[in-house]
Design a binder for this molecule. Structure first.
Ligand code: F6R
Length: 253
């Protein structure tokens, strides 16, 4: 069997978040003891909020410092700047960075405001910056109902690097339902995202999924052979990937 993904099913998302946050905290502390940076790959959307809450609790109640942490986010809407309340930069500041002692200069989110003729250059620099930081130690992912990771919509091969993408109609609909005050016309139609190849370069990958709405795509990502039709299925090729799911997201397995 070529599928190397480890599946961990938790009774609740809170329990999953607690265990993953503890693993991240251990990494941060081990690196701090060596005088080194911990490099985290982060996601936005509704799924990781519970994880960020637990990381904030660890900072406030258990003295976890983020001073030696560098972060790279997966993606950003094209056309939104960081002060827009639906931008992913704004989300990361308000859900995590503003509540811990991280140096914001070391938090990276793709720039959604560069002019069209500079997007490629910005994307190449993003990949180069990840390399220069020593690569991503732990990449956190959510998953879209289209099978997207980051904003890599199907069809998508395993080798793409950071690039601009058009968003899928289902993704635009899902995002309007959860964000953009429900207004579909306000959801940008494209985004800049780390590629699947960029994600696969991470030393460890943890994909989170909660709720019945993710059960079908979790099943497809794990049980069907890797295919361009389901970008998350390429994770089967990574040697150190965990799917941390709650009982509802695991219900079709
Ligand atoms: C966000 C991202 C997306 C989301 C996915 C799931 O940075 O990369 O792939 O993880 O759309 O979104 P939620 O968590 O809102 O269901």
């Amino acid at each position: 069997m070529n599928n190397k993904i480890v599946v961990k099913v938790y009774p609740t998302k809170e329990e999953a978040a607690k265990e993953i946050a503890a693993e991240i905290a251990a990494l941060i502390r081990a690196r701090a003891a060596e005088g080194r940076e911990a490099v985290l790959g982060l996601a936005t959307g509704s799924t990781p909020v519970v994880l960020y809450k637990e990381l904030i609790r660890l900072h406030k109640e258990e003295g976890l410092s983020f001073k030696n942490v560098t972060t790279f986010n997966l993606d950003e809407y094209y056309g939104l700047d960081g002060t827009h309340d639906q931008s992913y930069r704004y989300f990361m500041n308000s859900e995590l960075f503003d509540h811990v002692d991280i140096d914001k200069e070391k938090t990276h989110v793709p720039d959604g405001t560069v002019p069209p003729d500079r997007v490629t250059e910005m994307c190449e620099k993003y990949d180069a910056d990840i390399k220069a930081a020593g690569g991503i130690d732990i990449q956190i992912l959510g998953i879209g109902r289209t099978g997207h990771i980051g904003f890599n919509e199907p069809p998508c091969g395993p080798e793409t690097r950071t690039h601009q993408v058009k968003l899928n109609d289902l993704t635009i609909k899902d995002n309007a339902r959860l964000f953009f005050h429900g207004k579909i016309e306000e959801v940008p139609t494209s985004a800049v995202t780390m590629g699947v190849g960029t994600i696969l370069d991470s030393r460890k990958i943890v994909l989170l999924a909660w709720g019945e709405g993710k059960a079908d795509i979790i099943y497809k990502s794990l049980m069907e052979p890797p295919t361009e039709k389901c970008p998350a299925s390429w994770l089967q090729k990574h040697g150190n990937c965990v799917f941390a799911v709650d009982a509802d997201a695991a219900s079709k397995l």
